[in-house]
Ligand binder design. Structure first.
Ligand code: PEP
Ligand code: MG
Length: 325
């Protein structure tokens, strides 16, 4: 297995008919950085920064955060490192932040909402990310966006941080690429309104499925209703990708769908530009891409878009993966 991994590591994530789909990695902890290149992924498509906060006794300072982000940037350079701003809340709450008043924490004060309501906390992270952006492979994205105002307000705070750093003589990348996650149906449906404010989209399919289907992604009682191939999900992904291309943006998928071999041809056929996957899945996903014809992926996506049932789409996906795996 080891030599198989090694032989794949330096091969391009390219289909048999020459279509390239960059593979990046999802990481939570800095310790995972070393495994990324070894597994043949190039760069980080999702750095879940909340894990710097969850284990800690107190909130990490700007210096501590900057150090962590710089370490990530250096380790992958020149491949991209997409740092996601804090996605705290619901299942990811550090000590001292719990809000017992919330009956529905998954619909509550979390992620970008929590950050915008606590500008000092948010600005500390934005400044740390900007400081790391002297490594020009650093990019940043906002989680759980549900309306365009959040993107505009976050960008306003970001510009404030840029002005402060300039005054203090601290260097950063003025042109840092900013993206937004698309993981709430409302954001997917107004992708065209959000597009002018960002450089890229990253589809968080875990939450997108959860919020579209009204199915708690961690609740076993309703797990049978959690359906990545539901026509609503296929249509939302298709819509977001089309809008992104119309506006000259690119779209990554960083949810679990990208790490699932049977869904990879579908995502590629729908026009997804990059897959950010669990590091352990990277060799498998690259292997799928290298055995796939882009033309069959497009054909599969067309059939899926014309389908009327999740079961049918799932069967189409399985039929194609069986011919190549
Ligand atoms: C997602 O929702 O698909 C995602 C990648 O974010 P997380 O799993 O961290 O919520
Ligand atoms: Mg999410």
């Amino acid at each position: 297995i080891r030599s198989e991994l090694e032989s794949l590591r330096d091969k391009a994530p390219e289909t048999l008919d020459g279509y390239l789909v960059p593979i990046t990695a999802n990481i939570e902890l800095l310790e995972e950085l070393d495994g990324v290149d070894a597994r043949g992924a190039k760069g980080i498509g999702l750095f879940r920064t909340e894990f710097l906060f969850l284990g800690a006794e107190k909130l990490p300072s700007e210096d501590e955060q900057a150090e962590a982000y710089i370490r990530a940037a250096k380790s992958q350079y020149p491949s991209p490192v997409v740092i996601r701003t804090l996605d705290l809340g619901a299942d990811k709450m550090p000590v001292g932040f719990e809000n017992p008043d919330e009956l529905n924490p998954f619909l509550g004060d979390r992620a970008i909402r929590l950050c915008l309501a606590r500008p000092e906390l948010f600005k500390t992270q934005l400044r740390a990310i900007l400081r790391a952006s002297v490594y020009d492979n650093v990019r940043m994205m906002y989680p759980m966006v549900c309306c365009v105002r959040e993107v505009r307000d976050a960008n306003t705070l970001l510009r404030q941080c840029m002005m402060e750093l300039s005054k203090e003589g601290i260097p950063f990348n003025q042109d840092i690429q900013i993206g937004t996650m698309i993981e709430v149906p409302s954001a997917a449906l107004i992708a065209d309104i959000i597009a002018p404010h960002v450089s890229f989209f990253s589809l968080g399919t875990n939450d997108l499925i959860q919020y579209t289907m009204a199915v708690d992604r961690g609740n076993e009682n309703v797990a049978h209703l959690y359906t990545p191939t539901h026509m609503a999900i296929i249509r939302l992904i298709d819509h977001v990708v089309n809008v992104s291309h119309k506006y000259g943006l690119w779209t990554c998928v960083c949810g679990q769908m990208a790490s699932t071999a049977s869904f990879v041809p579908l995502l590629i056929g729908l026009g997804v530009d990059e897959l950010s996957v669990s590091p352990s899945q990277a060799p498998l996903i690259k292997d799928v891409i290298r055995k796939l014809y882009y033309s069959s992926a497009v054909e599969l996506a067309q059939k899926a878009l014309n389908s009327h049932s999740a079961e049918h789409v799932e069967r189409l996906c399985h039929d194609l993966i069986r011919t190549i795996a």
